[in-house]
Design a protein around this ligand. Structure first.
Ligand code: ACO
Length: 433
């Protein structure tokens, strides 16, 4: 990746009697950044930013978020336009290559992904080694990491062709692995992919078809699934993406890096939040219990799951599309009066008008409505983060690939402020009090 950052003057900082000039860099959009790379060398100090709230960890040309305005762009295209007019595979191409595909490029890309969806037959035996009640995310972390043991021919990260093949393999095989993790948990036989079906359609069939009867995928649900994948495809330098980049910075193979991203995504403050949001709606149960629950949030006994975001201090643009998708799915499944949806809509209404949430700029995030939607489609809550991982895989790969192709790339190595013991002499055990 060629740098597109431009010079924007200097920031001058004074540390003791030293004055240090630090270059300011301008991106194509978004806040300027102060380039502190020379700070330690020149002033012998580190910066301190443990949760990276003020730190840009890389230059990227993939995804842009304006959290105050509630804007999300993939390669410049607004998320709502992509969710409305595009398909997940088109978005995959866009994220990987930087431009939307023309018709011929799309046909070729779709064919490549479609013809990589099968897993090595020996791989299926791997699933059988898990306990039958294993969380599907535990299976995902293990299965995706173990792809590197099956596909040795695409783990040379310095070969662009191999990088491309491993990218295609992961995008293609993730639905097959995710569906197997689901089938394994419910004790049903694995369903093989079918090449005549679209990406989301194929995934739904692999999850819900059983050998005992024919299964025809509902096209509205397939479109909703595809849109959910688009909404989750990338989100710049979030915790799991940063994990993928950090793991990749050491030269680890792409399958291992994506497995690291999946592990990070699993946490309830990140990808696990949709499961928590649905559990919360179930716990509230009925609209009349909302005020009591909201009071508990204000008393800081718990958080409103599916609300708030490190970057969005406005309505998450993905949550708007997700809310529409939830309505569509509930309508087609004859669940228009879903009690959980009623609780969600009322809770959102109350929170958006309550000073406690307004002052803290807490708005629904994508997870608030995704749990209801996926639950209505037939997925148990343990599968929600799996679906997120499936969709985010392309974002992780695009970011990993961009990093590898960045000539300034080095191993990531943060520093620390040490507050532990200073040097002291070892005391033999018989002399310790
Ligand atoms: N419910 C109630 N209060 C909240 C919530 C919430 N969901 N989120 C933040 N707050 C409050 C905090 O208590 C804090 O209040 P204070 O200033 O009075 O102490 C203030 O808002 C700021 O909160 P922080 O924790 O500093 O915000 P941060 O940016 O670190 O947290 C996070 C972001 C982790 C997403 C948080 O909003 C949260 O826990 N939300 C619930 C979990 C969730 O939905 N996660 C999904 C994120 S989206 C994704 O990963 C796809």
């Amino acid at each position: 990746m060629e740098s597109k950052a431009t010079a924007g003057g200097d920031a001058v900082i004074k540390i003791g009697d030293k004055t240090v000039n630090l270059p300011i860099l301008k991106g194509t959009v978004g806040p300027d950044v102060v380039d502190i790379r020379k700070l330690y060398g020149e002033a012998d100090v580190f910066t301190y930013d443990p949760a990276f709230t003020s730190t840009a960890s890389c230059e990227s040309q993939i995804t842009y978020i304006d959290g105050d305005a509630g804007v999300l762009l993939y390669r410049g295209y607004p998320i709502d336009q992509l969710a409305e007019g595009s398909s997940f595979l088109e978005v995959c191409y866009l994220l990987l290559h930087g431009e939307l595909p023309n018709a011929a490029q799309f046909v070729e890309f779709e064919r490549t992904i479609t013809y990589h969806t099968m897993l090595h037959e020996q791989f299926d035996r791997f699933f059988g080694t898990f306990r039958r009640d294993a969380h599907p995310m535990a299976i995902m972390v293990g299965a995706v990491g173990s792809l590197s043991a099956f596909y040795h021919d695409s783990i040379n990260i310095h070969d662009p062709k191999q990088r491309e093949i491993s990218a295609h393999r992961m995008i293609a095989k993730m639905p097959t692995i995710a569906a197997r993790a689901f089938k394994y948990a419910v004790g049903q036989p694995f369903v093989y992919p079918r090449n005549e079906l679209g990406y989301a359609e194929n995934f739904l069939r692999m999850c819900f078809a059983v050998p005992a009867e024919d299964y025809k995928v509902n096209q509205i649900l397939a479109r909703a699934m595809d849109r959910i994948f688009i909404l989750h495809a990338d989100h710049e330098q979030n915790a799991s993406t940063s994990t993928v980049r950090l793991a990749g910075s050491s030269g680890a193979n792409p399958f291992a890096c994506i497995a690291a991203g999946i592990a990070c995504l699993w946490g309830p403050s990140h990808g696990g939040a949709n499961e928590e949001a649905l559990n919360m709606l179930r716990e509230i149960g009925t609209v009349d219990r909302i005020p009591e629950y909201v009071q508990g949030v204000k008393d800081r006994r718990y958080r409103l799951m599916g609300f708030g975001h490190r970057v969005y201090k406005n309505y998450d643009p993905r949550a708007k599309v997700m809310q529409r998708t939830a309505h569509e799915v509930l309508e087609v499944l004859g669940k228009r009066d879903d009690p959980l949806m009623k609780v969600a809509l009322e809770l959102e209404h109350i929170a958006l008008n309550d000073p406690y949430f307004v002052e803290r700029k807490l708005y629904p995030n994508i997870d608030f409505y995704s749990g209801i939607t996926l639950n209505a489609m037939g997925f148990p809550s343990e599968m929600f983060t799996v679906l997120f991982a499936l969709a985010r895989t392309v974002g992780w790969i695009a970011q990993w690939k961009e990093m590898i192709e960045d000539p300034s790339q080095k191993i990531g190595r943060p520093r620390q402020i040490h507050t532990g013991p200073t040097e002291r002499a070892f005391v033999p055990i018989e002399k310790r009090g």
